[in-house]
Design a protein around this ligand. Sequence first.
Ligand code: SF4
Ligand code: SF4
Length: 110
Amino acid sequence: MVAQGRALAAAPTDASPGRRLNPMPYVITEPCIDVKDGSCVDACPVDCIKTTPDHRMYYIDPDRCIDCNACRHVCPVDAIYSSWELPEGQEEYEQINADFFKTVPAAAQR
Ligand code: SF4
Ligand code: SF4
């Protein structure tokens, strides 16, 4: 309940188009590597979880994630966390997820 309260308290109220609504996106971490079964992709209502055939894991687009928590419950290896609760040693994955969307062209993302 504390987690939900923090997320709501931090959410901006300006819902103008193009503005990022979620300051605490979800992040896919190391356990996804070489598992990559795609269960989270099917659960995501905004289709913001992507990869390519050459990448060993999936990534969440921090600018499109709406913080709904749907993906987390279907992951068989517990790889998905809200960005503010990343396990120790997994913090770098917040940047890794974001970098995927900065460096891989949208047309190549699957
Ligand atoms: S929290 Fe919701 S919107 Fe964000 S990646 Fe998971 S399923 Fe998609
Ligand atoms: S459900 Fe978990 S293991 Fe499967 S692709 Fe998503 S993050 Fe990776």
